[in-house]
Design a protein around this ligand. Structure first.
Ligand SMILES: [Zn+2]
Length: 266
């Protein structure tokens, strides 16, 4: 996936993603990438077909269709579709969904309330009245797999399905370093202090605008005491007693697999 300046389109072929009411519109064959523009009315807040990225040699555009407009296409949940994709297709759809959320949530100037307009070329909105600019919102979020003597630390978040466990995660606070956020989140959520923090990888998580920054760490001290507001149970898990884990395309799962490998070696 190649992200380009919006005015610098070069690819000859174009394809289109249609979104409506937070869902994707699929063709009768189940395709989410369409060969032609939809020719349907756009949502009030959607200004024009928006270049998402160049992908597989084609320029891919997003079109957000007016809400409640009847179509012959099949609505399908974007997140569900993402879980069925792999590699750069996931990135492409994730970016399209994130841009769609951004446009919807930034129709008006956050400073004076006037209607915003798209900037030329850039992915940004500008207020014609006070010239305040707004760009797609990104929320940095740390996610960390902690290895201890009794396994990998996994927690059950209250929002998870019963039996599902994952590594700990949380948003970076204003004025905070990413590293400090990792130490703080782990201590807040389970009362453990950690050491040997190592950055591993990142993943854009477009639900709705997180940038996940993935780390591995080692247990330093403390007993598990869950915060009860986010995490209602946490424990150490080994390869032979794993609970239900997040889907394989998530960075959470990748960190868990990596931490388990290190456990085996230890
Ligand atoms: Zn304004």
């Amino acid at each position: 996936m190649l992200i380009k300046n919006r005015s610098a389109t070069q690819a000859i072929n174009k394809r289109y993603i249609y979104a409506q009411d937070g869902q994707l519109l699929l063709s009768k064959q189940g395709d989410w990438l369409h060969n032609n523009t939809s020719k349907m009315a756009y949502a009030d807040w959607f200004p024009e077909p928006l270049l998402v990225a160049e992908w597989a040699g084609e320029d891919i555009y997003l079109e957000v269709i007016a809400e409640h407009l009847e179509t012959s296409l099949t609505p399908y949940h974007g997140r569900k579709m993402m879980s069925q994709l792999t590699g750069t297709e996931t990135d492409l759809l994730g970016r399209a969904l994130q841009l769609s959320h951004w446009l919807k949530d930034h129709q008006y100037c956050g400073r004076c309330g006037h209607s915003n307009k798209l900037l030329q070329g850039e992915y940004g909105m500008v207020c014609p009245a006070c010239e305040y600019k707004q760009y797609p919102r990104l929320s940095p979020c740390i996610i960390v797999a902690v290895n201890g003597p009794n396994g990998v630390l996994l927690g059950h978040n209250k929002r998870f399905p019963v039996g599902r466990y994952s590594v700990l995660a949380g948003f970076v606070e204003a004025g905070e370093t990413v590293e400090a956020a990792v130490h703080r989140e782990v201590f807040e959520e389970v009362g453990i202090s950690i050491t040997n923090l190592r950055y591993i990888d990142s993943q854009s998580w477009s639900f709705p605008h997180s940038l996940m920054l993935g780390f591995l760490a080692d247990y330093k001290a403390g007993e598990i005491v869950v915060d009860k507001t986010e995490i209602d149970h946490a424990d150490w898990f080994r390869q032979d007693n794993l609970p239900d884990l997040p889907p394989s395309f998530s960075i959470a799962r990748q960190l868990i697999e990596l931490a388990l490998k290190k456990q085996t070696k230890a």
